[in-house]
Design a protein around this ligand. Sequence first.
Ligand code: HEM
Length: 426
Amino acid sequence: MYLSRLASLLRKNNAVNCLYNNIKGTSTTSRVSPNQASQLFSSTVRSAASVCAYRNAAGHGFRTLPEGFCMRCVRNMCTGASIAGQPKGGVEAISKCGATRSENGRGSLPPFSDEDWLHEFEKYKQSPEYKRINKGMTLEDFKFIYWMEYAHRMWGRALGIMFALPFSYFLRRGFITLQLGLRLSALFALGAGQGLIGWWMVKSGLEEPASEYAEPRVSPYRLAAHLTSAFVIYCGLLWTALSVVMPEPPAESVVWVNGATKVKRLALPVSLLVGITAVSGAFVAGNDAGRAYNTFPKMGDSWIPDDIFSMRPLMRNFFENTATVQLDHRILATATLASVGSLWWATRKLEIHPAVRSLIGSVAGMTVLQVTLGISTLLSYVPVSLGTAHQAGALTLLTLMILLNHTVRKPSLSYLKSLPSVARTT
Ligand code: HEM
């Protein structure tokens, strides 16, 4: 209904009507001077694009449009909360405070009285984490790591509520289509699953390590699963939010659409490589592999350490051997840098939309920064500040890759038909 009202409003405008008819093939150009025609052409292209984008928004996202409001809400619902949730997990992982999560009989309430705190601290003293890493810590230090872990857990739950409340409201009001609803429900289920993976990960850190000299720490596999799932949820939310606000990619001309198709062919494998490098980074963090071989570019005195295949079966080395895990991450990071550089080089002369060009530049700049952050983290024995910045850098790089892939999507056929062959420059 809203669409037809908009279309009739557009038709009331004589100029737009004239070009609307042109597009439909019923020419009325005789009434328009060449100068007017060129102005009207650009205005119609813009109108056609917005009608088309509008129709797509209605088709894929919201049924009716309190336009800015609803779209902003879903976008915020999707991205804001999950960005804020990410690096905190990293800080927490680095600070190793998982074992403070013991059952306290008060449900999710923190200790209130001094007595409760002492009781909680006594329980923590029984954990392998206290005995082997934090022995002798004061009650004040314990409170600090307790609040870090507690805040992370509560934040995770708050995210669920922040997502579920507006989602059910918009669903009840009929703003969300079936397709968008299914997508958002799947993302919500993944979010709930993330809470379970987090619990499963922390549980592994409470177990007594096999050797009495080993430090207790969470399983690298579970940490990698937790981080990978966080990245997947984040990318899914971002893609969904972008699809709601930007149903059609910025195109403006057929030449730019062709350029975008070429970029897309290169951007997809590069994004995959960025994702694999990020997952390999989770294994570096999970194995504490950043605290060994703190030299670059060589690993100690050699390029390739001798013991990279010392574990049996061989496969274990790629996930549990400090040297192999770090070497893999270095190789993958170098390959990522080279592939992003190649993407920039291969596309520098292509005729593409300025937004696509600036995204490629941003991806290249961010990759250089991320590699620099990684090397600095390694050389300075993984301080919390640099480790967190490096994790946030990976998320920023993934964000830019998602933006790039979303921007070079193929436009719908109707939108494509409305485009001039070459973009108009004003
Ligand atoms: C495009 C390049 C890179 C990406 C996408 C990337 C991504 C990541 C990610 C996602 C983590 C896990 C962070 C966490 O969970 O705390 C990580 C950890 C790590 N990365 Fe990278 N990284 C890159 C380059 C590098 C380079 C070049 C180095 C150094 C040679 C490096 C060294 C490290 C170290 C030492 C850690 C462990 C930090 C910790 O223990 O918390 N990274 N990386």
